[in-house]
Design a protein around this ligand. Structure first.
Ligand SMILES: [Zn+2]
Length: 355
C-alpha cells in the first residue's frame, strides 16, 4: 500500500477535450499520475503549479501539454501541503519568468534600501570612526582646495576679526559649560564668487566670508548664530559624513561599473558638489538655537539673517545680474533651501523647559 498522500482528480491530455480520472501522488521529486492504463511521471520542477492563494479551482500545467484540473481548491491545497509540495515548488518557481521579475523587483528594492538607509547609516558610522588626526588632514586639504578655487585673503581689520571670534567663543563657553565643545577654528576670507557665505569643513574648520560679515555688519548676534549653525555641522561631523558618503557611492559605482579609478582624486571636490541633507540642516539649526539661547541671545536674530539672504538672492536674480560671478557651494549656508521654513523655526523656537 502506498503511504504518500494521493489525490483523485481530473486530467486533460492536451489532445482530447475529454477529462480523465487520475490519481496523483509525489514520489522522490516527481509527480506520479496514475491513469487507468498505467503511470506517468513528471519532474516536479517542470510542472507549472497553481498559485496557492487564488480561490476556486486549481490547475497545474504538465510539461507535455497536459493539464490537471481540480475543482476543490481547499482539497488540493490540503493534498499539496500533506505531500510537501510547497517546498519543491520553490525549485520550479526559480525557473519561471515570474521568479525573474520578482527577483528583479527584489534587487531594485534592495538597492533602493541600500541607497536610502544603508549608505547614510554606513557613512555616519564610518564618519564617527575616522580618527581626529585624519579628519583634520582631510579638512586642511579641502580648505586648501577651496582656498585656491574660491577664497581670497580677508580685507577685514584684524581687530574686527578678533572681536567676532571672541564673541562666538564666549557663546561656545556658555553652551558647553563642561568644556566639551568640538574643536573649531574660524577663518575669515573675502570671496566675491561665493558672496555672503559660511561653511564648515571636517576637522572643525569654519570659514566665513567678508561679504557675510558686511551683510550683517549691524547684527553681530546673527553672525554668532551662523557660526553656531556651522559648529552644529562640526559637532555632528556632517562634512566628513558627506565625504564618506560620496566615496561610498563612488566605490559602489566602481564596483558596478568595474572601474573605480579617478574617484579618489575627486573626493575633496565632493564637498563642493554635494549638499547636506535636510535633516543635517535642521539639526544644525536646532544646535544654533540652543547655543544662542545658552549664550543669552534670542534665536530670532537668525530671522534677520535669512531675510537679508533672501533679499540678496533676489538681487542676484534681478536684471543685470552676472551669472558668471556667483558660485553656489551647496554646503555653504547661503545655498540652504527653504528659507521660509527656517525663518519660522527660529521665530517659533522655544527652549525645552525642564518639568
Ligand atoms: Zn548648514
Amino acid at each position: 500500500m502506498d503511504q504518500a498522500a494521493s489525490l483523485d482528480t481530473q486530467w486533460f491530455d492536451g489532445q482530447s477535450p475529454r477529462a480523465r480520472a487520475v490519481t496523483l501522488r509525489l514520489d522522490s521529486g516527481e509527480l506520479v499520475m496514475r491513469v487507468d492504463d498505467g503511470e506517468r511521471r513528471y519532474p516536479l520542477t517542470q510542472v507549472r503549479w497553481p498559485e496557492r492563494r487564488t480561490h476556486g479551482q486549481r490547475q497545474a500545467e504538465l510539461p507535455d501539454g497536459g493539464l490537471i484540473q481540480h475543482a476543490d481548491g481547499a482539497e488540493w491545497d490540503a493534498w499539496a501541503q500533506a505531500s510537501g509540495l510547497h517546498d519543491s515548488t520553490v525549485v520550479g518557481w526559480m525557473q519561471s519568468w515570474r521568479a525573474t521579475v520578482i527577483a528583479l523587483i527584489g534587487s531594485v528594492l534592495f538597492l533602493s534600501a541600500a541607497w536610502l538607509w544603508g549608505v547614510p547609516w554606513l557613512s555616519q558610522t564610518l564618519a564617527h570612526q575616522v580618527p581626529q588626526s585624519l579628519e583634520t588632514r582631510i579638512g586642511q586639504q579641502s580648505l586648501q582646495q577651496l582656498d585656491r578655487l574660491f577664497l581670497q585673503p580677508s580685507g577685514l581689520p584684524q581687530q574686527r576679526q578678533d572681536e567676532l571670534r571672541e564673541r562666538f567663543a564666549s557663546v561656545v563657553d556658555s553652551a558647553y559649560p563642561q568644556g566639551d565643545a568640538p574643536r573649531w577654528q574660524l577663518a575669515f576670507h573675502a570671496s566675491p564668487v561665493l558672496g555672503p557665505n559660511a561653511f564648515a569643513l571636517p576637522g572643525g574648520y569654519i570659514v566665513m566670508t567678508d561679504e557675510l560679515v558686511e551683510l550683517l555688519r549691524d547684527q553681530p548676534d546673527a553672525i554668532t548664530g551662523v557660526l553656531a549653525h556651522e559648529l552644529g555641522h562640526v559637532q555632528h561631523r556632517d562634512g566628513l559624513d558627506l565625504m564618506v558618503r560620496a566615496s561610498l557611492v563612488s566605490a559602489l559605482v566602481g564596483v558596478v561599473l568595474g572601474d573605480a579609478s579617478g574617484f579618489l582624486a575627486t573626493v575633496p571636490a565632493t564637498l563642493a558638489s554635494q549638499a547636506y541633507s535636510r535633516d543635517a540642516e535642521r539639526r544644525a539649526d536646532a544646535h544654533a538655537a540652543r547655543m544662542l539661547h545658552a549664550g543669552g541671545i534670542r534665536p530670532t536674530v537668525m530671522v534677520t539673517f535669512f531675510e537679508r539672504m533672501l533679499e540678496e538672492s533676489k538681487r542676484d536674480e534681478g536684471p543685470g545680474a552676472d551669472d558668471e560671478s556667483s558660485v553656489s557651494l551647496p554646503i555653504a549656508i547661503a545655498s540652504h533651501p527653504d528659507h521660509g521654513e527656517r525663518i519660522r523655526f527660529f521665530r517659533e523656537w522655544q527652549p525645552d523647559v525642564p518639568p
